[in-house]
Design a protein around this ligand. Structure first.
Ligand code: SF4
Length: 377
């Protein structure tokens, strides 16, 4: 673990579990409608939205989990997954509780589907989180384990504290968010990994209980209207979203709408939550998906949750040279020049998009749980 200076100049910030929010409006029938995500929950006082963390209280929508976390851990940034953003560095990762999708295959369901305040073990002010990240040698903080869309106001406050301390703020999200809160959230973020869970409305409707179109809109928004670095993840579930036709349509759309340089990660599903009847994703499915995406012109296509040297490494689209070799989360070779945080192939000079420094971090595959109370002022 690298030693880093403590954020001595960080302002203090009180911890309040319930926090005012702004994206809602009153309806004629006395209810209030939450306008954060396309679910548009309509609530009477005392009711909670589908995400369970936004609630109607005193004729307004409040966030019930400001300053509360389900736990902290230092992870490799590759685990988010981000392959082109400060490779090899540790990232302080946390979540709260609740989610605005209801995916039957959820791989973090104990947190995202939590209805128990016990899940929120750690009181965590934004300044304490930034202080802990610096002390632990992290370069960034991730909102992960559940979707920051549902704790938007807290995520923004944490992101601001991180940026003030010289840290990057990273979202791991399903991208299921309305345009106005989306604009506000991403103005405070530096990088994101967005799930594109499938490329069919039927999958989103039946399995995630949501819709595909808002996710596509978020991806296009990020590409066209922000400077946020983003990568995409698709968890492949056998028989549900892994047909050649769907993967072909998805990767053609990414190529057309977002261009060849947005990294795409195909990751392996393991049976969980309400999808215990499905088998784990065979490695051959990930390899097949990667082949289709590369054939459609995408430059950076990765496989995850499996040991796959080729699918985990980065090659130069100009000359084919291996520029970053990885074994799992370990970086085993680095042939990348860096200038002003941009990478270039050391062999031919082709620009490799993302945020790269002259040398990668050396955090490797470690995972370190953190008690945030140890970093309180
Ligand atoms: S953020 Fe939560 S309360 Fe608001 S619309 Fe979405 S699910 Fe409903």
């Amino acid at each position: 673990m690298a030693d880093a200076p403590l954020g001595a100049s960080l302002p203090t910030h009180p911890t309040h579990a319930t926090h005012a929010t702004q994206y809602w409006h009153r309806l004629d029938d006395g209810r209030v409608q939450c306008d954060v995500c396309p679910r548009f929950c309509k609530l009477r006082d005392g009711q909670r939205g589908l995400c369970f963390v936004r609630a109607a209280e005193g004729g307004e929508i409040v966030l019930a989990t400001w300053g509360r976390s389900s736990g902290f851990c230092v992870d490799p940034i590759e685990k988010k997954p981000l392959a082109h953003y400060l490779p090899g560095t540790p990232i302080l990762s946390f979540g709260t509780a609740g989610c605005n999708l209801a995916c039957e295959f959820c791989q973090n369901w104990d947190i995202s589907k939590s209805r128990e305040n016990d899940t929120l073990a750690d009181a965590a002010t934004p300044e304490t989180i930034a202080r802990a990240a610096l002390a632990l040698g992290c370069r960034s903080v991730a909102f992960t384990y559940n979707d920051p869309t549902v704790f938007l106001e807290y995520a923004i406050d944490v992101a601001d504290a991180c940026r003030a301390a010289g840290l990057a703020a990273v979202a791991v999200t399903a991208g299921y968010i309305c345009p106005e809160p989306r604009r506000e959230l991403y103005a405070h973020l530096d990088a994101a990994n967005v799930d594109l869970k499938a490329f069919s409305e039927e999958f989103y409707r039946k399995i995630c209980h949501g819709h595909l179109e808002p996710v596509k809109e978020t991806l296009v928004y990020l590409k066209r209207e922000t400077r946020v670095w983003f990568e995409i993840t698709t968890l492949l579930i056998p028989g549900e979203n892994d047909s050649d036709a769907e993967l072909d349509a998805m990767t053609r759309w990414i190529m057309d709408a977002l261009g060849p340089d947005v990294p795409l990660h195909f990751t392996a599903f393991h049976p969980d939550y309400r999808m215990l009847d499905h088998r784990p994703t065979p490695p051959a499915t990930l390899t097949r998906a990667r082949k289709i995406a590369l054939a459609n012109g995408l430059h950076y296509v990765y496989t995850g949750n499996v040991r796959d040297a080729a699918g985990g490494s980065t090659s130069c689209p100009g000359c084919g040279a291996l520029v970053i070799a990885r074994d799992g989360y370990e970086i085993t070779a680095w042939r990348l020049d860096s200038h002003l945080d941009t990478g270039a192939c050391a062999a031919c000079g082709t620009k490799i998009p993302g945020r790269f420094e002259a040398r990668p971090g050396n955090w490797g595959g470690r995972r370190r749980p953190v008690r945030l109370a140890n970093f309180a002022p």
